[in-house]
Design a protein around this ligand. Structure first.
Ligand code: NAG
Ligand code: NAG
Ligand code: NAG
Length: 487
């Protein structure tokens, strides 16, 4: 272990001092520091598919946690209000009381509070949820709540009913979740409709001719994903040309006026680049209902027509019925290629997909969701003053639920049990594209992603039965190579 080695060295005193300083610094974070601290930035490099959570190196993470708890033990508060504990450390808040409406809760990441009599809710961040590290045994009144806005790729355990039904409340991108955050990467409707980067179709035609641009742009550096998107793009390239700037299927370098590696580009340059194209492949790294990221919103914002793949019901969130091309509506990559070729050659037909930019957003669902959204994106330049971030808002949602439940109990009624189910996340088993470009081919155990999904299904079954017996599951986490083995 990293830290132990330091203890052996002569300068351990110095190292300890430095650690102490770091811990005190981390502990000193207050509410106001929160948005920055969770590294939530919707404008990060989309090509890398890293959106929100950058986990610390596991060893350092554990050591920090131990040290912090040792330190915090001497300074524990004794909250008189309900306690909501991030079991998977996430916000780094050591412990703060906060009002949610008229109700007050105590929010903390310090596991010392798990034994406190006011402990009501354990909160888990999906990507860090592990079957061998759970607050067990679970008592009847312990609420478990999940926050998981990331791709299923990060933790296939949560694709399964056995695991989801351990939770009482969820906040995920799925519309069925208790606190849905499907639009987490959409700044605002005004942002979406802006004309800042908009190019006329004749400008786009000119770029194709003079700069030898393809009709379609693709920019990804996360290759070999559960959605198998690169395989589709390779097929599509047989029927229409695609400029691919990222590491995956790279066939074009950045224009000289930009002349920087992609991650060094400013968002402005990047938006400008997409705006020169007629179509942008907006394919998520995994397939799941309502899994929508900035890959969809960005082309729409700059006036480029997205070719959508990821959420089977993207239509629910598109600005209008004619604002994107749904990949799965085509019988094959060849059909899609031919369709794009036609649109590329007929300006009036192409423009139909952009009329929403001038006519406005006709999708009532999208308008309602954005109107009633109490949180805003927490990115630097697009931070909307007066809006909270969805993490704080979800914490407050859970706080309110505690008070609602206590009120019912005080009135002598027993609230019916509330549990999550498959529809709260439940992403389907990853498939592969067949030779025609249809996403319907079984990968089986040989394929890494579908193998992972099936493995986590088995683990989920075991986990559920272990939790009901009050035991942490310590199963085949270390036997991933041997996925066929039953346990
Ligand atoms: C699953 O959860 C959804 C949303 O909370 C709910 O509407 C549905 O009835 C639940 N399904 C089952 C089978 O319990
Ligand atoms: C969009 O299409 C859906 C389903 O095809 C339809 O129900 C809806 O009325 C359409 N909306 C508009 C604004 O045309
Ligand atoms: C929370 O979920 C668990 C597991 O599904 C369930 O046993 C328990 O009754 C639920 N608690 C409440 C208060 O609904």
């Amino acid at each position: 272990m990293r830290i132990r080695r330091y203890f052996k060295c002569l300068c351990c005193v110095l190292v300890l001092f430095m650690f102490w300083t770091l811990i005190s610094y981390l502990i000193s974070f207050k509410d106001e520091d929160f948005p920055e601290d969770v590294a939530y930035d919707i404008f990060v490099d989309e090509t890398k598919d890293e959106h929100v959570h950058v986990p610390l190196d596991q060893e350092i993470h554990e050591e920090l946690q131990n040290l912090r708890h040792k330190n915090a033990m001497t300074d524990l508060k004794d909250p008189k209000v309900p306690i909501i504990l991030w079991w998977t450390e996430f916000t780094k808040d050591p412990g703060t009381e906060r009002f949610c409406g008229n109700n007050k809760c105590f929010f903390t990441n310090n596991r010392q509070y798990s034994k406190h009599k006011n402990l009501k809710t354990f909160l888990f961040y999906g990507t860090d949820f592990r079957g061998d590290d759970l607050p067990l045994p679970r008592t009847e009144d312990h609420i478990w709540a999940l926050l998981h806005e990331e791709s299923p790729k990060n933790n296939f355990l949560l694709c399964h009913d056995e695991v989801l039904s351990l939770f009482n409340y969820t906040s995920t991108f799925r519309q069925e979740s208790d606190f849905p955050i499907t639009t987490q990467y959409l700044v605002s409707l005004e942002w979406l409709q802006q004309m800042t980067y908009y190019k006329t179709v004749s400008q786009k035609n000119k770029y194709q001719k003079e700069e030898k641009l393809a009709p379609v742009i693709y920019v990804q550096s996360d290759c070999d994903t559960p959605s198998d998107r690169d395989e589709f793009v390779k097929l599509l390239m047989k029927y229409i040309s695609v400029d691919s700037y990222g590491a995956c299927i790279n066939n074009r370098q950045l224009p000289t006026q930009i002349n920087q590696p992609l991650s060094g580009m400013s968002h402005k340059d990047y938006f400008e680049l997409i705006s020169h194209y007629k179509f942008a492949l907006a394919m998520e790294n995994a397939v799941c209902p309502d899994y929508i990221t900035e890959k969809l919103w960005r082309p729409l914002m700059v006036g480029t027509v997205p070719i959508v793949f990821g959420s089977s019901r993207a239509q629910d969130f598109l600005p209008s019925n004619n604002s994107a091309i749904i990949l799965e509506n085509f019988k094959s990559a060849e059909h899609l290629g031919a369709y794009l070729g036609n649109l590329n050659a007929q300006d009036d037909k192409y423009e139909v997909y952009r009329t929403w930019k001038s006519n406005g957003i006709s999708n009532d669902n999208l308008r309602n969701v954005m109107r009633t959204r109490t949180w805003g994106p927490t990115s630097d330049s697009h931070w909307t003053p007066g809006y909270k971030n969805f993490i704080e808002e979800y914490e407050c949602y859970l706080c309110q639920k505690i008070y609602e439940m206590d009120l019912l109990k005080s009135q002598g009624s027993k609230p019916p049990p509330k549990t999550a189910n498959l529809s709260h996340y439940g992403c389907p088993k990853p498939l592969k594209f067949d030779s025609m470009g249809r996403y319907n081919k079984e990968g089986g155990w040989q394929n890494f992603w579908s193998g992972q999904w099936m493995q986590k299904n088995k683990e989920g079954v075991t986990l559920k039965s272990c939790v009901s017996k009050g035991k942490n599951y310590c199963g085949s986490e270390k036997k991933v190579g041997n996925v066929k083995k039953d346990f």
